[in-house]
Design a protein around this ligand. Structure first.
Ligand code: F6P
Length: 420
């Protein structure tokens, strides 16, 4: 087997643990120096490959790569950049292959969500067509937890933990104020079209008196009348009401409660701002004092309260991707297979990218309570192990000590500019 280089890129929205997957890829590749000479990381994701702007990871010390394990964000820069179909933009694929060929890159590891798995799949197919076959593997990542086949997605467990913890803590605050002041608290969480993150908020409480009292899922059409009636009932019964709302909550006709009006490169509506919409409904109709929070990037960057399980799994999928590539697999993605709920046991298997690309896994109806406002025991059994364990980063002077890369650029070999 000839010795080649690998290309690794981060794609889409980042997570608190995506860098742990990068560490898994790089450390495993380093253990196979006889097969993989170097891992070049795309600066700003796939754009780094197209513009021949790559980071030489061999220039980073072992300690720096190990510290990626506890550093949030995307250390190499991520991008939402959609490669079109080969018929529409053949030049883009030719350019990728040109860059891969120039740098002796034979392995492509793409760390992302459903759209990115589509790109990895296309790269694998097209590289063969263009006469320079590249071993292309996906490395799963998404806080949305909406990739099919895999039991869960790295990145989700940590957001789930942040949301469950924050819901529990904020609930204590509201409860203490409720007698004379704030009665309603609304927490907006991410998840786009799938309610996995919102469901995780449900882990904060067990009994019906516990917060959150209401969860608004994208999977359950929003019914304003039923919602307001439930808020009123909660305040009258428990003195307060905590609501977790998914950014993807929508009306029966499919319209989002809050759509920012902009779309990303993949055509996804940019969401956000549903918490104030919901809170205003409460104030207008019921007159209760409220506070709301939009967790936004705080939830997906909160490495300080990451789930230890999530960190382990994020590393494991990066490691497995390299091992699979070296074993001759291509166009596959390592998936997490749950072996048992309690004790929680899991293993890594592989799945073809074609089964994963562009598909979204929604929260199944059996995870949503019959009134549509809460989670079931089955959902708890699924979610609970994913938030298990703490993996605190080191702290210095009261702040987490996160790593910074030298990010030395790989010397360019092509003289051509490529504008993206
Ligand atoms: O990657 C998923 C996600 O975190 C969604 O939950 C959220 O809607 C979206 O990304 C935000 O994307 P961006 O950071 O590109 O605005």
């Amino acid at each position: 087997m000839p010795k080649m280089n690998a290309f690794y890129a981060q794609s889409g929205g980042v997570t608190a643990v995506i860098n742990a997957s990068a560490a898994g890829v790089i450390e495993t590749a380093r253990k196979h120096k006889n097969r993989i000479a170097n891992v070049y990381a795309g600066r700003n994701g796939i754009i780094g490959a197209l513009t021949e702007d790559m980071i030489d990871t061999n220039k980073e010390s072992a300690a720096t790569i190990a510290a990626l394990m506890h550093t949030p964000g995307g250390a190499f820069g991520s991008a939402r950049y959609k490669l079109k179909g080969i018929e529409e933009n053949r030049r883009e694929y030719e350019r990728l292959i040109e860059v891969f060929r120039a740098h002796n890159i034979g392995y492509f590891f793409y760390n992302g969500g459903n759209d990115s798995m589509d790109t990895a799949h296309k790269v694998s197919l097209i590289s063969k067509k263009l006469g320079y076959p590249v071993t292309a593997l996906g490395v799963p990542k998404t806080v949305d937890n909406d990739l099919p086949v895999t039991d869960n997605c790295p990145g989700f467990g940590s957001v789930a933990k942040y949301v469950a913890v924050s819901t529990k803590e904020a609930a204590l605050d509201v409860l203490s104020m409720a007698k004379t002041s704030t009665k309603v608290f609304v927490l907006e969480v991410m998840g786009r079209h799938a309610g996995w993150i919102a469901a995780a908020g449900g882990l904060a409480g067990r009994k019906s008196a516990d917060a959150p009292h209401i969860i608004l899922f994208p999977e359950v059409p929003f019914n304003k009348k039923a919602f307001l009636a439930r808020v009123k009932e909660c305040v009258e019964r428990y003195e307060y009401c905590v609501i977790v709302v998914s950014e993807g909550a929508r009306y029966e006709n499919g319209k989002f409660l809050a759509e920012a009006g902009t779309r990303d490169a993949f055509g996804h509506a940019q969401l956000g701002g549903v918490a104030p919409v919901v809170a205003n409904m409460v104030r207008e109709k019921l007159g209760y004092k409220y506070h709301y929070a939009v967790a936004d990037y705080l939830q997906r960057s909160a490495r300080h309260i990451a789930s230890a399980t999530d960190v382990k799994q994020a590393y494991a999928v990066g490691q497995a991707a390299v091992k699979m590539a070296l074993a001759g697999e291509t166009s596959v993605m390592p998936v997490i297979k749950r072996v048992s709920d309690s004790p929680y046991r899991w293993k890594i298997e592989k799945a073809p990218l074609s089964r994963i690309a562009n598909k979204e896994k929604m929260l199944p109806p059996r995870y949503i309570s019959s009134d549509g406002f809460g989670i079931t025991e089955a959902a708890r059994r699924y979610l609970q192990p994913l938030i298990h364990g703490e993996d605190y980063p080191p702290f210095i002077k009261g702040l987490p000590k996160y790593v910074e890369l030298k990010a030395v650029a790989v010397k360019r070999k092509l003289n051509t500019e490529f504008v993206v």
